[in-house]
Design a protein around this ligand. Structure first.
Ligand code: COI
Length: 323
């Protein structure tokens, strides 16, 4: 699959927009770095791999991803170390996950030479865009979608893979207020819940909007069958500290296998903090809250980082941890 001889064409920008980075605080996902990586797949091959100035792309209105949603993405980050060298956080894990999402949507795998080697070239070129302010980083957004010009339903024969990046500040700038939704469901066994599929996020927007109308930041999804077991938040995985144990929903195929989640659990285990990955009923959280054994709740995600949860709303009651 990997093609070490892949040719990468690089066209640098004539005029950097780096001055846009002077904004304080840096907004999340609004300012894009100078360059992007673009690769095309057609006739069974990856081709035209290039790094070019960031800008709009030409698409036909018949582009099949726009109709049937054969579209996936990733979220990852680059930092600078104390010597000012750029560091990517676990890019292999994102590469593996995008190919799992691709398989779920009948899309060809992206070779390492494009995803990893191409990304490294892009970040080298745009490394001035990695902010050196505390709490700010370069967020990297790989996107991969079907581009057949066709309105018949079938897996596309041609695809576009693009990597853009944007310097970002905090996704949540305050402790997060979440509400459990009993009205909407994010995923079912056999569905696409574990894949980073654009449609999962589109389908979540109505619940998110209703949560915001009630003064919350986002929703907590319950499982689609019993409507009882906690799944994830949609922008991040969730964990609770009950009786000194970090408890998080098990990966059952309906929630995203977060890379930050995996890193947090690995660190906890290394530090001797007990961790349980298991089914967590919402009633268990309510009970632990009333008994005083629930001492903390937090989200884990690339964009969200570790987000403290201040409030969980459920059936008209607010459980408040941080006052
Ligand atoms: C990420 O954490 O990278 C995501 O893709 C979540 C998104 C809602 C910003």
């Amino acid at each position: 699959m990997n093609n070490p001889h892949l040719h990468l064409r690089i066209e640098t920008t004539k005029k950097s927009r780096i001055k846009e980075l002077d904004t304080e605080p840096i907004p999340f996902g609004k300012i894009f770095s100078d360059h992007m990586l673009v690769a095309n797949y057609s006739q069974g091959n990856w081709q035209d791999v290039q790094i070019i100035p960031y800008g709009p792309i030409d698409l036909s209105p018949a582009t099949s991803a726009l109709h049937y949603g054969q579209a996936i993405f990733e979220g990852m980050k680059a930092y600078k170390n104390s010597n000012g060298e750029p560091l990517l956080f676990r890019p292999d894990a994102n590469h593996q996950r995008i190919n799992q999402s691709a398989e779920r949507l009948c899309m060809p795998a992206i070779p390492e030479s494009i995803f990893i080697d191409g990304l490294k070239e892009l970040i080298k070129l745009d490394d001035d865009w990695i902010p050196n302010k505390n709490g700010s980083v370069l967020y990297i957004r790989p996107i991969y979608f079907a581009v057949d010009e066709s309105v018949g339903l079938k897996p596309s024969d041609s695809y576009k893979f693009i990597i853009i990046s944007c310097p970002v500040g905090a996704y949540y700038s305050h402790p997060v207020k979440l509400i459990v939704t009993e009205k909407y469901v994010r995923a079912f066994e056999g569905g696409t819940g574990a894949a980073k599929v654009a449609g999962n996020y589109a389908a979540s927007l109505i619940a998110d909007r209703e949560a915001k109308e009630k003064g919350y930041d986002n929703v907590i999804w319950l499982d689609g069958i019993h409507r009882r077991y906690i799944e994830e938040c949609g922008t991040m995985n969730l964990a609770f500290v009950i009786d000194g144990v970090v408890v998080t929903p098990k990966l059952t195929g309906t929630i995203l296998a977060g890379i930050t989640r995996d890193s947090v659990l690995t660190l906890c285990r290394d530090w001797g903090i007990p961790v349980e990955e298991r089914a967590i009923a919402i009633d268990e959280i309510v009970q632990a809250y009333h008994q005083g054994t629930l001492t903390e709740a937090f989200g884990m995600g690339t964009a969200a980082t570790i987000a403290h949860i201040s409030t969980i709303g459920y059936q008209g009651e607010d459980m408040i941890y941080l006052r």
